[in-house]
Design a protein around this ligand. Structure first.
Ligand code: FAD
Length: 391
């Protein structure tokens, strides 16, 4: 018997260092997350303050960034770490993505030297948590429509507006908030660092989620939030700033979603081998094998694409359109695999005794955040035809 990774010999495409990083992250999730994840998902909790410093020690927070306590590792190694994190739960990978690829990347790319020195080492260690506030109640796929505004008042900035669906929003020490600023009569999107506890800045955890339950999601409200002039990220000018951070996080999802799919496949294969129906193991029926074969082929194609995109990124050649293609493919195939695996587990598949429906439910969010599947189709459609069809 072979695992899907063995079937495609994808390990032969990795360096020794990459395999070591992957195995270290997998061992961490095995010890620290997998024994508890079903309970966390069921109760809608995640001990982020306990786990974040452990992820810091593991070295995965901002692991692809250079300096300021970050490991400065290549993109493919980061992708492989995301894959193991998401094989445990998409909520865990979301924590690492938001901290490293969104909040820390925004500060690393667009922050002043003082901002980088103040926040990045603490965030890399997991002692300080960040969130990334772009989406608003009325503007998700079209963030350029945002209503949150920052205006100058003497040397200060004053922010008003609201953000929604913000991962770790209610537990973060620092929120990267994107707001429109009037520059000579034109609206320009800029990033601001809003520390937790600033007067006028409130957060509310969003309840009743059926997806990413082991992850904290919050609304942010900014009501005349007064910040010093130094709160702006000086290098951030225009919507391309937050979008470039999203591209970093999407890259992690290309690998990550396939981790969840791999975990579902393994659970389905293990189950089918031991579950007897009509007097023989479910795995011995052609219909089951056809399902498993088709899913394995999709997983293998996705993994080969992910590794190819990882190598392009390691060489500094990856384009946003290629990231869209990878994110679209990995999330769409991963959710299809998770749902098909659920059928193999029958009624048992709907419980938290197995990881499959938990992954499938999580992947609903993963399909939607960091650009929905439709938005990535539109990005690719534009690349292929030259016509933008967003509006
Ligand atoms: P809409 O933009 O209202 O889209 C609804 C539907 O319309 C989708 O199917 C979409 O594809 C489709 N659609 C949109 N435009 C077009 C078009 N031009 N043509 C055809 N179809 C179209 N945001 C943050 O800023 N920070 C976070 O940390 C964060 N964490 C999240 C965590 C979770 C669990 C979830 C669910 C979301 C999170 N988000 C976060 C928000 C996420 O990025 C948005 O939900 C996403 O961008 C989609 O926006 P929307 O939900 O408003 O959907």
């Amino acid at each position: 018997m072979q695992t899907v990774a063995e079937l495609f010999a994808t390990d032969t495409l990795l360096t020794g260092e990459e395999r070591e990083i992957r195995d270290t992250v997998a061992a961490f999730t095995e010890r620290r997350v997998r024994p508890h994840i079903a309970e966390w998902f069921e109760t809608g909790t995640f001990p982020v303050r306990e786990i974040a410093p452990e992820l810091g020690t593991l070295g995965v927070l901002g692991m692809h960034l250079e300096g300021y306590g970050c490991a400065g590792l290549p993109a493919t190694a980061y992708g492989l770490a995301c894959q193991e994190l998401e094989a445990a739960d998409s909520g865990l990978r979301s924590l690492v993505s938001v901290q490293g690829s969104l909040a820390m990347t925004a500060i690393h790319k667009f922050g002043s030297e003082e901002q980088k020195t103040e926040w990045l080492p603490e965030m890399a260690a997991g002692r300080m948590l960040g969130c990334f506030g772009l989406t608003e109640p009325d503007f998700g796929s079209d963030p350029g429509g945002m209503r949150t505004r920052a205006r100058r008042d003497g040397d200060d900035w004053v922010l008003n507006g609201s953000k929604m669906w913000i991962t770790n929003g209610s537990v973060a020490d620092i929120a990267v908030v994107w707001a429109k600023v009037d520059v000579q009569g034109k609206d320009v999107v800029r990033g601001f660092l809003v520390p937790a506890g600033t007067p006028g800045f409130t957060t509310r955890e969003m309840a009743r989620k059926l997806s990413l339950r082991a992850s904290i999601t919050a609304e942010l409200t900014l009501d005349d939030v007064r910040l010093p002039g130094t709160a702006v990220l000086p290098g951030s000018e225009g919507l391309s700033a937050p979008l470039s951070c999203l591209s970093e996080a999407r890259f992690g999802i290309i690998f990550g979603a396939l981790g969840a799919a791999r975990d579902c496949l393994q659970a389905a294969i293990d189950y089918a081998r031991t579950r007897a129906v009509f007097d023989k193991p479910l795995a011995a029926y052609q219909l089951t094998q056809a399902k498993l074969a088709d899913m394995a082929v999709e997983w293998g194609k996705g993994q080969l694409l992910a590794l190819h995109l990882g190598r392009l990124k390691d060489r500094g050649e990856l384009t946003p359109q290629q990231v869209s293609a990878g994110k679209l493919n990995s999330t769409r195939e991963a959710i299809a695999i998770a749902r098909e695996c659920r059928t193999i587990l029958g009624a048992n598949g709907i419980t938290l005794d197995y990881p499959v429906l938990r992954h499938a439910n999580n992947l609903e969010s993963v399909l939607t955040y960091e650009g929905t599947a439709e938005v990535h189709q539109l990005v690719l459609g534009k690349a292929l035809t030259g016509s933008a069809a967003f509006r």
